[in-house]
Design a protein around this ligand. Structure first.
Ligand SMILES: [Fe+2]
Ligand SMILES: [Fe+2]
Length: 446
């Protein structure tokens, strides 16, 4: 099989140390006649001057696909991108909290972008080709290496900072890939904060299970996976097979995976990521602690990413609204104790943990793309549906309340709301909360 290559940035080469990979250029400008020529051998060092010369002389540098993993490890050792004269100006980092500058740094975003692209490359390979044993081995091993490096990026992160990092990454046009990478990062974060003494291998399994949670979708027709509308009963039945398919793929007896991987554990987590705490999920309808802890973590990561990550077609919820919305599924879809723990790991929880946003679709599937989030604003006697792209578009489900449809103002005085975050009981009777959401709607619809 001919060698394949991937392009790398000039500024992510580790300087003045023996390289662990060979560097190539493509000497042909014609795509059909690509000819890769080695310009630096593994073991040789390059200086900043060398990189500047390469940058002036060549359009792009390449590394052999077989050395992707060693390139990633080497890149992770950089604390700053190499400064190159005349390089395109730095992109402005996005802050998800307008009141302060971004917390993520350029190098973190650059490294994560490469890691994300690598994960997508491996997943894409699997979704495009027949899932042979060889391709599965390559994909799972490659994904394992990506997760290993992600752990290093995320070791000082909290949920808010991770959301900011995700907001600074570009997104792929296939929802499953972006979503899987994000879920993996949330799984790493939740697992390592929940188990501060966990071994790196355990954290890696949690992250890898997150990255592969929708692996079984390679056996589902693409038009169903990409359907961002309401699925028919038949399509839903088909989708419900993906957890089992994923487990089957991971338990194939002829796989030869790195020794630190535990395929039965990964298979179990992949199989259980749609099970609900109250036993209403699928495919087995198991409940509570019958569901593996990593699968319960994946379910939280899955839900949170689906409602907080910006997509081309919809605006995401703020962390506060997302946490409040998910709070309504505690004890139903989500494990109460784990959710409470997750919430404690978000910086903003103290500010607000209640909302009158709710989901209109009981079968909301975080693994599927959605044209708009199926949201509703519920007051005591009226429910107003709103979509996340244009939250000002509303439909009154019950008309026995004073709702100003034009400006979307809910002026009902709410009765006290009571719900529980695991052991923490929140009794909310502050009317301004209703006003907060009404304010949000008004702002978006103006
Ligand atoms: Fe998912
Ligand atoms: Fe899924």
């Amino acid at each position: 099989m001919p060698d394949s290559f991937f392009s790398i940035s000039f500024d992510l080469i580790l300087l003045n140390r023996p390289l662990t990979y060979d560097l190539y250029i493509n000497s042909s400008s014609l795509q059909a006649r690509e000819k890769f020529v080695k310009i630096v051998h593994s073991g040789d060092s390059v200086s900043k001057t060398d990189v500047m010369v390469f940058h002036g002389k060549y359009h792009q540098l390449y590394v052999r696909e077989a050395q992707r993993s060693t390139f990633l490890k080497s890149m992770m050792q950089l604390s700053e991108p190499v400064e190159l004269p005349g390089a395109s100006p730095e992109e402005t980092l996005i802050s998800v909290d307008e009141s302060r500058p971004p917390r993520v740094t350029t190098i973190e975003v650059r490294k994560t972008t490469i890691l994300k692209n690598s994960a997508i490359h491996h997943l894409e390979n699997l979704f495009e080709k027949e899932p042979s044993t060889e391709v599965l081995n390559e994909t799972i091993t490659g994904c394992r290496d990506v997760v290993e490096n992600m752990i290093d990026v995320l070791h000082t992160y909290d949920v808010d900072k991770l959301r900011e990092l995700i907001a600074n990454l570009s997104f792929h046009d296939f929802y499953t890939f972006d979503h899987s990478v994000n879920v993996s990062m949330y799984c790493i974060l939740i697992y390592q904060t929940l188990h501060p003494l966990a071994s790196r291998t355990e954290i890696m399994q949690a992250g890898l299970a997150g990255l592969l949670h929708d692996l079984g979708k390679i056996k589902i027709p693409t038009e169903i996976i990409n359907n961002s509308g309401k699925l028919s009963d038949l399509e839903f039945k088909e989708i419900q097979k993906h957890p089992d398919f994923g487990q089957e793929l991971l338990l194939q007896s002829d796989l030869s995976l790195p020794e630190d991987l535990n395929p039965p554990l990964l298979g179990k987590v992949v199989c259980q990521h749609h099970e609900n705490w109250d036993g209403t999920g699928y495919p087995r309808k198991i409940a509570g602690e019958q569901i593996h802890e990593m699968a319960r973590i994946t379910a939280i990561a899955d839900f949170f990413d689906a409602i907080t990550t910006k997509r081309s077609y919809s605006e995401p919820l703020s962390i506060e609204d997302a946490v409040a919305l998910m709070g309504k599924f505690v004890g139903k879809k989500l494990d109460p104790k784990l959710f409470q723990f997750f919430v404690q790991n978000t910086e903003k929880i103290a500010k607000k943990h209640h909302s009158n946003l709710t989901l209109t679709d009981d079968d909301f599937d975080p693994c599927q793309p959605h044209q708009s989030l199926p949201l509703a604003v519920a007051s005591q006697s009226a429910t107003v549906t709103a979509n996340a792209k244009d939250i000002g578009q509303v439909k009154v489900l019950k008309t026995d309340s004073k709702v100003d449809i034009g400006k979307v103002k809910v002026i009902e005085e709410p009765k006290p709301l009571q719900f529980s975050f695991g052991k923490v009981k929140v009794l909310n009777n502050d009317a301004p909360n209703q006003q907060t959401n009404a304010g949000l709607l008004k702002k978006k619809s103006d």
